[in-house]
Design a protein around this ligand. Structure first.
Ligand SMILES: [Zn+2]
Length: 374
């Protein structure tokens, strides 16, 4: 039968039903169908994802994941909108990441400014016209400003660190030689202590199986703490988080859960999987390397070097990260000890903090017995 004779609700419901293949429940699909069918035109044109999350009664991140799946299936289109720091005008002309440039010229006031992925670039979604044709009245800047003030916006940086986006749109990258400024990102590096000895003692197959399980565990924790795995280098993992406290929570969970895994597998103490973790936070640039998004800059270098100077079972963080930790309960009883660290390429020593698990905890019994010897 021709679409012409189908009621709009049915067309939308059929289109939305494809999301079941992503594991989206019937209940959420029904809610999305109702929103696409019944909301006003203004609410579905260049829509603030946080407004849609409120309508969907979903957590912002869950709603964003749902919208990325809808984008993959062509139910919505994505806009990367650049806000001019001079006149406040918004340029919505970018549908793909590769259309963004390091320097942006405001179409309204012609100011040339850097594209900062936290402050200047935001994402919005528009309902695809195949599902429902929006009227000209849908384009209402006053309404959008009001919603942005009420709900806050979702930054490009937030979108770039959403694992669902990276998985479903691996080709969405920045053009070569272009970069986005990220005002603040927390970079976490891990490395598996003693993995060479592990391979020697247990043989390649068994050791690889253990290392693989450790990767699974780390990837899951990074996702739970709303971060993104940027890459793995040998047995090391590099992950990015928009909030420093998320990086710290991830690090604590990694140690705790890895110790649990060691016990569950009844590994002899010599073969325990132990991590050395380092975290720093600060500005960096996002670029595309080998068709993948990556981060570069002093923050990344410092995080890697701090990780290198960390001890098995402990977490080493920089002063910057500590100052950013507004929530005291973020440390979950982990004790911190200050030390001065000399880093390659930096003249004066930098202050870092080694975090050790609370005394008497499972982590302290197993993890940091080698704390000062490393
Ligand atoms: Zn402007």
């Amino acid at each position: 039968m021709l679409n012409l004779y189908k009621p709009r609700r049915q067309i939308i419901a059929e289109a939305v039903s494809v999301l079941s293949s992503y594991g989206v429940s019937q209940e959420v699909r029904d809610r999305l169908t109702v929103i696409f069918d019944e909301q006003g035109d203004r609410e579905l044109y260049r829509a603030n994802p946080r407004l849609l999350a409120a309508h969907l009664q979903l957590h912002e991140r869950t709603a964003l994941q749902l919208l990325v799946m809808a984008l993959r299936e062509g139910l919505v289109t994505l806009n990367w909108e650049v806000e001019c720091p001079a006149c406040g005008g918004i340029d919505p002309a970018h549908h793909h990441l590769h259309e963004l440039r390091s320097l942006h010229t405001c179409p309204a006031c012609k100011t040339i400014h850097e594209t900062n992925a936290d402050d200047q670039v935001r994402v919005t979604f528009t309902l695809d016209e195949r599902l429902r044709k929006l009227t000209a009245a849908a384009d209402d800047p006053d309404f959008r400003n009001k919603m942005d003030r009420r709900y806050g916006t979702v930054s490009a940086h937030h979108m770039l660190t959403l694992p669902t986006f990276r998985q479903l749109f691996p080709k969405e990258t920045l053009p070569p030689n272009e970069s986005l400024l990220i005002r603040r990102v927390a970079i976490l590096f891990t490395d598996l202590a003693g993995s060479t000895q592990l391979y020697t003692r247990r043989g390649d197959t068994q050791a690889y199986e253990l290392v693989h399980r450790h990767f699974d565990l780390l990837f899951r924790i990074v996702d739970e703490q709303r971060g993104a795995v940027v890459k793995t280098i040998g047995d090391a993992v590099m992950a990015a988080f928009t909030e420093p406290h998320q990086a710290l929570q991830a690090a604590i969970a990694m140690h705790t859960q890895l110790n649990q895994l060691n016990q569950d597998l009844a590994l002899p103490p010599d073969d325990w999987l132990r991590l050395k973790i380092g975290i720093d936070a600060g500005p960096c640039v996002s670029v595309t390397l080998n068709d993948r998004l990556d981060y570069f800059g002093t923050t990344v270098n410092r995080a890697a070097r701090v990780q290198n100077a960390s001890y098995p079972g402990s977490i080493t963080i920089t002063e910057t990260l500590l100052q950013d930790m507004v929530r005291v309960d973020s440390f979950r009883g982990w004790q911190r000890q200050q030390r001065a660290l000399r880093l390659k390429g930096i003249d004066h020593p930098v202050t870092v903090y080694d975090l050790a698990p609370p005394r008497g905890s499972q982590d302290s019994r197993s993890g940091t017995s080698t704390h000062r010897q490393a």
